[in-house]
Write a protein that binds this ligand. Structure first.
Ligand SMILES: [Zn+2]
Length: 557
């Protein structure tokens, strides 16, 4: 096993990193971690380069013989072999580094590297400016917006018949585990692995956007993809047809499901892993970023014993998360709650969940008919996308059931006209519909680097004008820091508009008024639009102006 000193000398000698960079990496070592592994973790060099110098860099097993950081000394240089060790506390400071012989031995945590430590998102309160008060009761706002929490624990793949604790594991297993842990620690929702002639480039979807990792060497591409296919119970001999599967992994006390799909391409098979974190399921609407008023109105709709409540928005707008939170809020042991989903993503305790299987005739409509024979109180329909489903759903809502569903429309009011277009008579819509929630997800400004936007900013005036905000009002945005990977945003928050169907609006629906008149009736009953909510969250400093504008694209007030 290579010592940090040998490794540092080799890497420095190659000219790939400077002395200062090495110092910097050494300063960021976690106790018990080898320098090679630190650099792997930090993405300092492509993993292939690091493994070239230390083929055992990924090993979790034997200690590497020192517990301190390594820094090149100022005199002599790497060629002369003058590397000195520093304790973790002064590793970043070359002057403080002592010659190796005089450095007291650091206590080694023999298993420290076996207990994987990762920065994972946890729900911690966001520090928001005082004017942010309208956002919910809870101070915890946003999905994945959170601080970092160190969790300790082993990473174990179910059915993998091996785990991270075994130093004799095949390298490919370690590569796979490292990558999955990386995805978890970054809070990624998906991992993309696309083979190309230079290797395998992992990309991680974080807060809705893809971020590239380091290119993995060509030699590892095929074994890594095969490993993931084996885990997901996918036929590894079949490489020409798209396939899908899933596996489950435990990281510390948390459980993750990985949904795996393959798609053949020019250079092999592209694999996408969707990551479902059981412990991250939000069951509190205020955490999603609902304002107090919206939360209360939505809550009172959910308390009804019958009627239809729709959640609308484009793909990826967090509709399912909201519906799950709604179900979690409304379930109790006196009620029979049944869902039909495509497919079931999260297990909700106390709820009967069914997946559609269109290929064997179990469509949303067919499943819904069967559910109605199961004496339900509350029903969740994953999506209403055809007339038949809409028809059964409306009838269910009219016959004493609370029915929740999603619908693909841009605004809340448009849901009414969409149901009409699907052939549902206006009088049935007017009596069945209780409310519609339209939703988007916007990226939260990173709370670690959020700053007021300078009054000199040329576009500031346009932004204020767009949101009808008085000139001179201070807006904020993230400028990028280590916590947000330099993006200026961290986590997401729901932007919503809530249409509660009151008497005026009900009459307007019955009279088949157009969307303008429907919207007017809604306004008279206190409807606030997506734009209003975006403005509130912009003023509160949650959103940057560009992010606030982005969620309104395609939306009509
Ligand atoms: Zn930041």
């Amino acid at each position: 096993m290579m010592t940090d000193e040998q490794f540092a000398r080799a890497v420095h000698g190659s000219g790939l990193v400077t002395r200062d960079q090495l110092k910097d990496y050494a300063a960021q070592r976690i106790a018990g971690e080898s320098l090679a592994r630190t650099m792997l973790r930090l993405g300092a060099l492509p993993p292939g380069e690091i493994l070239r110098f230390d083929p055992n860099a990924l090993d979790n097993g034997a200690p590497n013989g020192n517990g301190g950081g390594v820094v090149p000394t100022n005199g002599g240089g790497a060629a002369a072999g003058n590397f000195a060790f520093a304790g973790p506390g002064n590793g970043g400071n070359g002057q403080a580094a002592q010659p190796m012989a005089r450095q007291p031995a650091q206590p080694l945590k023999a298993r420290a590297r076996l207990e994987a430590t990762a920065a994972i998102p946890a729900n911690v309160p966001l520090e928001m400016p005082a004017e942010a008060a309208p956002i919910g009761e809870s101070a915890e706002v946003g999905l994945g917006a959170n601080n970092v929490e160190k969790i300790e624990g082993r990473f174990i793949v179910e059915g993998g018949d091996d785990n991270d604790d075994d130093p004799t594991l095949a390298p490919v297993v370690q590569w796979a585990n490292e990558m999955l842990k990386m995805a978890i620690s970054m809070g990624a929702s998906d991992v993309h692995l696309e083979p190309n002639p230079d290797g395998l480039l992992p990309r991680y979807r974080i807060d809705g956007a893809l971020r590239s990792g380091n290119m993995l060497p060509v030699e590892i591409s095929l074994p890594l993809i095969s490993r993931l296919k084996v885990l997901a119970n996918i036929d590894i001999t079949e490489q020409r047809l798209p396939q899908d599967g899933r596996f489950r992994a435990h990281y510390g006390k948390r459980t993750f499901d990985f949904r795996v799909s393959t798609l053949p391409n020019l250079h092999g098979e592209k694999i996408v892993l969707r990551l479902l974190d059981h412990s991250s399921l939000v069951t509190d609407l205020s955490k999603l970023g609902f304002s107090k008023g919206d939360e209360k109105r939505f809550g009172s709709m959910l308390n009804r014993s019958h009627g239809m409540i729709l959640v609308t928005g484009p793909t990826g707008s967090g509709k399912t998360t909201t519906l799950y939170a709604a179900l979690a809020a409304s379930r109790d042991e006196t009620k029979n709650v049944i869902t039909v989903e495509d497919p079931v993503e999260y297990e909700l305790r106390g709820v009967t969940q069914t997946s559609v299987h269109a290929e064997i005739g179990l469509t949303f409509a067919a499943a819904l008919r069967s559910i109605l024979r199961q004496d339900p109180d509350t029903i969740l329909v994953g999506e209403i996308r055809d007339q038949e489903t809409a028809d059964v759903a409306v009838r269910a809502a009219l016959t004493g059931h609370l029915l929740l569903a999603t619908l693909h429309t841009n605004s809340a009011v448009a849901a009414i006209t969409r149901l009409q277009d699907m052939g549902i008579p206006a009088y049935l819509i007017a009596s069945a519909l209780e409310g519609v929630l339209a939703q988007r997800l916007a990226r939260l400004s990173c709370r670690f680097c959020r700053q007021p936007i300078s009054a000199d900013e040329p576009e500031l005036e346009d932004w204020l004008h767009y949101f009808d905000i008085p000139p001179g009002t201070q807006l904020m945005r993230g400028v990028g820091c280590e916590h947000c990977g330099g993006t200026g945003t961290k986590g997401r928050v729901a932007i919503v508009e809530m249409l509660e169907i009151g008497p005026k609006l009900r009459r307007a629906i019955m009279a088949q008024k157009d969307t303008d008149e429907l919207r007017r009736a809604a306004r008279e009953e206190g409807f606030t639009s997506l734009r209003d909510d975006a403005r509130t969250k912009l003023l509160a400093g949650y959103l940057s102006p560009t992010e606030a504008m982005k969620v309104l694209v395609g939306h009509e007030d």
